[in-house]
Design a protein around this ligand. Sequence first.
Ligand code: BGC
Length: 428
Amino acid sequence: MSGALKFPDRFLWGTATSPTQVEGHVANEWTDYVAADGGHCRVACNHYHRYAEDVEWMAQLGVNAYRMGIEWSRLQAAPFAPLNGQELERYVDLLDRLKAAGITPMVVLHHFSNPPWITAAGGWLNPATVPAFVDYVAKLVSALKERVYLWNTFNEPDTYASLTYLLGGFPPFHKWRLWSYRKIIKHMAAAHIRASEVIRQAGNGGRAPEIGIAKNWTFFDSFQKHALWDHLLAGISHHTFNRFVLNEFLGGPRRAASTFLGVNYYGLTRFNNFEPMVPAGGACPKQLARLGVVCDDMFERHPGGLGTILRNLHRQYGLPLYITEHGSASADEDFRILDLTEHLRELHGAVKVGVDVRGFFYWSLLDNFEWQFGYSKRFGLLAVDFNDENLPRTMTRVGEFYRGICRARAAALAPPDSSVPIRRICIP
Ligand code: BGC
């Protein structure tokens, strides 16, 4: 790749999935849920039975890292129960195949799902969930510590707590329960801190374990410059979803529990008369396009924000960072390639000024079950045909483009046929 942007030699070029979204055959709070498009997660991509093939696809992509979840509900049938040996073996086999393919795993311990007995007992509102989770983590880490050193305790606690109790998008679909939202975040932060002690104590065969959460970072702003009410809403959102959450997990002495911070970055939400101007919030894509709001099928794009947030988080917490998720969903592959290029350019800019970013995980390896939206959002480097019961995977052009980056360990300066650049918006 001539004239490409070089990244540090040990940089992880990865991809990511989560169990409920790809595995299928899960028994958690999503099992009986039917999404807006009629889809459910009962088979999903059948990664549960097809993981060996999916590792081969990853090898073809040339990634050297895979951020994968382990599904708690498979491994423990009751609080403090021993782990299910057969299910554990399956994950061990997956980890061994990854190792044989030269792919480093980052294991996510909680990604928007819980065992049914946790849900029945009140989920993360119940303080008893904290010791139950820590017990699970202790058992899992002791079983896997020779194979895993990168542990991601919680994926997007802010998204989980807000969609379950504020915005009504995830089971149990409650709305405007701000107190519950805060309680869940506090319990998860306590669980993160205790889990981190357990992981440290267990150690890892050769090297010190790395421990962190993945924080979804969204910028919030008003669409109209002088709409004070939308500015106010943006400020409240920023405080509730960003500041409060980071402070609970990383404020003061709590920072010592983490050795890294993961950032999931999809962009920006602007409000127009209290309405979020993103397709994921129900805004009409055609109307957004007319207003000049550049979105994929979910969120407003804001590549410049990635550089800003990486520099800010680096300055504020001084922790190594990973981009634990970035990607886009669109049928327009040129758009997705351009989106990736622009974000990697920002990422490179941050690395160049000394921000310690250690890896990038493209969301997602496969088209998958996108929660309340079902199968209508295509984030995959590999496309999956959900109309065919064999669920065939095919390489996308974005996948090919990313393969070039992973193999060269460098990002292209421009997409193959660059068209309109993704607009940059300045928000401090
Ligand atoms: C979540 C994923 C989700 C992705 C795209 C992230 O917030 O961690 O589970 O599929 O965004 O919406």
